[in-house]
Design a protein around this ligand. Structure first.
Ligand SMILES: [Zn+2]
Length: 381
């Protein structure tokens, strides 16, 4: 679960609203069979249902994460009013039209036009532009898949899918709210479906983490804060054939500080995270094999090799060399470790697939090795 940059969304709210408003003003909802009674433009359609004015609709479309929670609160005034009017309207429609009010309502909020890019204003704005501007490399839900935006709008496959954090079937009036859009991989979008973040018949609600608020790990004031940790172990054959070969891996995602709580349990269930991570056997085999080759002498060897070819060092006096070397050797040790373990060199804060999973597994191996060395020392003395 990777945190999304809400500052980027804030910058897009105005263009999104301009697009939405223009479309709403131009598009007339026509219900053929009852044209004379129900010929309203979108705003009057909404106004008719909610007695809303433009300001209210703007509030919905530009709603912040906190406001989205307010608009979906089943016990709140807003939702109650929506439901009440919606059912009343539904009944009215039954008598005069065979047009489905749910479809009409969803259609009126224009997500389809946003998605297919077929409604244009003077500025370029659509789902493709949105994912391009968000510039998210990795699926925030699973952290496993690249979700680049490439090509242009004509290439329909050139962008990630957009998941509605609050399902659009249940909350059609939030189907075009910018903060409801989560660019994600097809698998996560599909798996979450309509089962989460909605109130069920028994009144319960299963929340999955909301990438604008929740994440597995974050940096606050330069300090890394971990909310969960991956724990990997070997799975062995356990039959009576005396064949105790390794079968694969077992991956658990552990709650570290209770910040995600129930949301973590639901995320594991919704996205099948542990099952999916266990499937990454090639990466884990590779990592474990590389780790066997990783030792202090090897680090020294590679660090010396990098230093000998560093422009900042060559051609300087011995004193200067020692001074510079001490300063940068720590950086190079980390670099050497990444080289041996096959991790990207210096990704900074940038995400790459399986990043936390791999880093946690390495930390786990480091810890085990340290304990083993301690044990060995104790045995010798
Ligand atoms: Zn995903």
């Amino acid at each position: 679960m990777i945190k999304m940059d809400s500052l980027k969304v804030d910058e897009l709210l105005d263009i999104h609203w301009r697009w939405f408003k223009k479309r709403a003003e131009e598009k007339i909802i026509t219900i053929e069979t009852c044209k004379t009674i129900y010929e309203y433009n979108l705003f009057s359609f909404w106004k008719w249902i909610f007695e809303w004015d433009e300001k209210c609709v703007e509030k919905l479309v530009k709603a912040s994460p906190k406001e989205l929670l307010f608009f979906t609160d089943e016990n709140g005034l807003f939702f109650k009013k929506f439901k009440q009017n919606f059912f009343w309207l539904k009944n009215c429609f039954k008598t005069v039209s065979d047009k489905n009010i749910e479809d009409l309502f969803y259609e009126s909020f224009g997500y389809e036009n946003f998605e297919d890019g077929n409604y244009k204003i003077n500025e370029v704005w659509n789902a493709y532009e949105f994912t391009k501007k968000m510039n998210l490399d990795i699926c925030p839900y699973c952290g496993r898949q690249y979700i680049f935006t490439i090509g242009d709008i004509k290439e329909k496959n050139g962008r990630p899918q957009i998941d509605h954090y609050f399902p659009k079937d249940k909350y059609p009036y939030l189907s075009c709210s910018l903060y409801n859009f989560i660019p994600s991989c097809p698998l996560c979008n599909h798996q979450k479906g309509n089962k989460y973040n909605v109130v069920k018949k028994d009144g319960s609600i299963k929340w999955v983490p909301y990438p604008y608020i929740d994440c597995f790990e974050e940096v606050v004031n330069g300090k890394k804060i971990e909310h969960v940790k991956f724990k990997t172990s070997f799975k062995f054959k356990n039959d009576n054939s005396n064949n105790t070969g390794q079968l694969g891996y077992k991956v658990k995602i552990k709650d570290v500080d209770g910040v995600l709580g129930e949301k973590l349990i639901n995320a594991k269930e919704a996205f099948h995270l542990e099952d999916l991570y266990e499937k990454h056997e090639i990466e884990l085999d590779d990592l474990f094999e590389r780790y066997r080759n990783y030792s202090d002498p090897k680090i020294d060897e590679i660090t010396k090799l990098i230093l000998s070819t560093d422009d900042a060092i060559s051609g300087r006096s011995q004193d200067e060399r020692e001074f510079i070397t001490k300063k940068i050797v720590a950086i190079y040790v980390k670099r050497a470790k990444n080289i041996i373990l096959g991790l990207p060199l210096g990704p900074g804060e940038k995400q790459y697939p399986l990043r936390k999973f791999k880093e946690d597994t390495i930390a786990q191996l480091d810890k085990t090795r340290k304990e083993m060395l301690k044990e060995q020392k104790r045995e010798i003395t």
